[in-house]
Design a protein around this ligand. Structure first.
Ligand code: ZN
Length: 237
């Protein structure tokens, strides 16, 4: 059967916990799934390096999903680093800026990601884009908000003269519920892949192993991941 655009999804996939759950979510729902990652000069390329490993682990543990998992794309957005001064792209400490946002915020990052993903999806026959943006327990990033994302989907659809759907399965759930969703989708096999092979730490630390995975244990991303994991485990017993 030929694949129609309706059953093909393109997942914004960084190799982190959230986008890995989104990948599983998409593999559970769509007949064909491709992934795209963005290299914008992150200080720590470790997250991008996790991508192929996570894809391979998922394909091996879930053969039905593996059969649907298509091409992985990497797009280089180096100019985004040139216009950003943040802890993700420069060697500075992570702190709160005067505007109340952490300096890990890259202005408009997700907007650019989705426009590039939509252009790629157009070529690849995928009108559904899937991203791990979440309004619930992030740090107030305005480009993670549902209004932002859905307004952007409308703008992209108008600009490309086709229906473009952006799905954000994590938008209204917290980190603990993200673990629960992972467990519902793929059981312990999936949560173990997430613990062992996905990466969230802003500092790119893959040397310290915790029950929730690898990371420095002190940066905001590690704190969020550790707290969510603890809350999820506590709710299970
Ligand atoms: Zn960390």
């Amino acid at each position: 059967m030929a694949q129609s655009a309706e059953n093909k999804a393109l997942v914004l996939f960084s190799g982190g916990q959230d986008s890995t759950v989104c990948l599983a979510w998409a593999l559970d729902r769509y007949e064909a799934v491709e992934t795209v990652g963005f290299d914008y000069g992150q200080s720590h390329a470790v997250e991008l390096e996790c991508r192929s490993r996570v894809r391979a682990e998922i394909a091996a543990a879930f053969p039905a999903w593996g059969a649907k998992l298509g091409t992985d794309h990497t797009l280089r957005l180096g100019e985004l680093a040139a216009i950003s001064e943040t802890a993700l792209t420069r060697d500075v400490a992570i702190e709160m800026s005067a505007n109340g946002l952490p300096n890990t915020f890259v202005p408009g990052r997700n907007l650019l990601f989705f426009v590039y993903a939509a252009a790629l999806g157009y070529r690849r026959g995928a009108d559904t884009l899937v991203g791990g943006m979440c309004e619930t327990d992030y740090s107030g990033y305005p480009d993670c908000r549902n209004d932002t994302i859905q307004t952007l989907a409308r703008a992209i659809g108008l600009g490309m003269a086709r229906d473009v759907k952006i799905e954000t399965p994590l938008m209204w759930i917290d980190k603990a519920a993200t673990w629960t969703l992972a467990e519902e989708l793929g059981g312990a096999a999936l949560t173990e892949i997430i613990v062992e092979h996905t990466h969230s730490c802003y500092r790119g630390d893959r040397t310290h192993r915790h029950d929730w995975g690898y990371g420095c244990g002190a940066c905001p991303a590690c704190e969020l991941r550790a707290n969510g994991y603890a809350k999820w485990r506590a709710a299970k017993v």
